[in-house]
Design a protein around this ligand. Structure first.
Ligand SMILES: Cc1cc2nc3c(=O)[nH]c(=O)nc-3n(C[C@H](O)[C@H](O)[C@H](O)COP(=O)(O)OP(=O)(O)OC[C@H]3O[C@@H](n4cnc5c(N)ncnc54)[C@H](O)[C@@H]3O)c2cc1C
Length: 421
């Protein structure tokens, strides 16, 4: 047991936990939950807000990070609570299998990512949590609860993106696919007019599309197109006014290209192309703060124009913004719940005092579009506003009271959502 104060990956949050414990068995974890006043499980600590914090006991499951089962008949894989996407992807590819999508980095834990509704991009892709078909957790009373998509239908849809409020996940089962190969091609400097006029066609042009911008000079500075290698690739040197990149690029600075996955159309395994950043390196910039807002795909252009109108206050504080899309899903607290979605991401310089008022301005211009913030990133929107953007939030609150009756998993972040319910 450690009592040292520890930080999240970005270093902008110091956890308040009084003790850190690392159980090796589910029984040990049950005992910890039953005997502690407040408990939280932390994943790989890549969230930027206090969602993973606790005032008492922090459970780090790094001793429970194994593959449990590869079921090739039912095309699923089951892993323990602390496995990372990087470890899982390497294992799956070596055995001839794959996942449907990945986030920009493979370093994050599968469960930590699922809890916050983490996503990649792609017209036909839903967020990473939609691959979950089974969950085993220790609830707030220390009981073991096993649920599956096939047996528990609607309620299962609440358990997946559950923001750490219902239990500590010990095992998770994900749908898998046969492995596939991909290529990544980059285009530079697409005029925003072209992007506004052709947004749907651009998003449909590859399996996964990311548009990077600094919201200045009227340009999307980089378009990253990730295509399956077995599909016809018919891009010319011109792409909606942008030109093909001839040197390796990074979204966060020319000096950081080594951190990025292979480009120039070089074919490779899915897990080496879907993320922007390589497992062996620090992802993104390092010292940074991230925010992200999700709006219905119907409002993509208006929302983009609204953010663009704030470029003079955004650009000086920004490393880069990224625009991605995803299909809607049925997971009650998923940022893409009930609607095809566009996500506006901001990688900020680590200047929280200055960023905060700009976030409030961004939230104000996105308010007409019912923007939902990323559960694992910073935002200033009150909890009441966020709740109003999720149709099933009251139903979810009922489940929190059922599975965590003594508020064992509650922390300051969750208190804002559930304390007075
Ligand atoms: C460089 C960088 C790039 C990123 N890129 C993307 C991106 O492309 N797309 C995107 O959507 N997000 C992205 N994110 C955000 C990131 O995916 C989320 O913050 C994610 O939740 C982090 O996972 P984690 O394992 O670090 O979880 P943590 O931050 O450690 O925890 C997140 C939540 O999960 C809970 N949790 C963790 N383990 C368990 C468990 N076993 N049982 C129950 N609850 C648990 C925690 O209590 C907490 O509530 C990025 C973050 C960084 C730092």
């Amino acid at each position: 047991m450690s009592t040292t104060r520890q930080k999240n990956w970005a270093g902008n949050i110091t956890y308040n936990a009084q003790a850190w414990v690392s159980p090796t068995t589910v029984e040990e974890l049950q005992h910890i939950v039953k005997s502690s006043e407040r408990v939280k499980a932390v994943g790989s600590r890549h969230s930027f807000n206090t969602i993973a914090d606790t005032s008492h006991t922090m459970v780090a499951l790094h001793q429970m990070n194994k593959i449990v089962d590869l079921d090739t008949d039912n095309m699923t894989v089951t892993v323990q609570g602390a496995m990372t996407y990087g470890e899982l992807s390497t294992y799956l590819h070596a055995n001839g299998y794959a996942l449907h999508n990945l986030a920009s980095l493979p370093h994050i834990s599968v469960v930590g990512a699922i809890m916050t509704g983490t996503h990649g991009s792609g017209e036909s892709n839903r967020n990473l949590s939609t691959a979950v078909s089974g969950i085993e957790m220790v609830t707030g009373t220390g009981e073991i609860l096993a649920m599956s998509r096939t047996e528990h239908g609607d309620q299962f849809d609440a358990m997946v993106v559950s923001i750490g409020a219902l239990g500590i996940i010990t095992k998770i089962t994900l749908d898998i696919l046969p492995t596939y190969e991909m290529r990544q091609d980059l285009y530079l400097n697409l005029p925003f007019e072209q992007v506004y006029a052709n947004f749907d066609a651009i998003q449909a042009s590859a399996y996964s599309v990311s548009l990077f911008t600094h919201w200045e000079n009227n340009l999307v500075t980089q378009a990253w197109l990730k295509s399956k290698a077995d599909t016809d690739f018919a891009f010319s040197d011109d792409f909606y006014g942008g030109s093909r990149a001839t040197v390796k690029c990074s979204p966060v600075g020319d000096d950081l290209t080594e951190r990025c996955t292979e480009q120039f159309g070089q074919v490779g395994a899915w897990q080496d192309r879907l993320p922007h950043f390589r497992m062996e390196f620090t992802p993104s910039k390092g010292e940074e703060i991230q925010a992200e807002y999700f709006v219905s795909r119907h409002h993509a252009i208006e929302a983009m124009q609204a953010i663009h109108s704030l470029h003079e206050v955004i650009t000086p504080l920004l490393y880069v913004s990224e625009i991605r899309t995803m299909r809607g899903d049925d997971l009650w607290l998923s940022p893409a719940y009930g609607q095809d979605t566009v996500a506006f991401h901001f990688t900020w310089k680590p200047l929280w005092e200055q960023i905060q008022p700009v976030l409030t301005q961004i939230e104000a211009v996105l308010e007409p579009f019912d923007a939902r913030p990323h559960w694992g990133k910073v935002y200033t929107m009150p909890a009441e506003t966020v709740k109003a953007h999720y149709d099933r939030f009251d139903d979810f609150t009922d489940l929190v009271h059922t599975y965590d009756p003594n508020n064992t998993f509650q922390n300051e972040f969750l208190k804002a959502y559930f304390a007075n319910a």
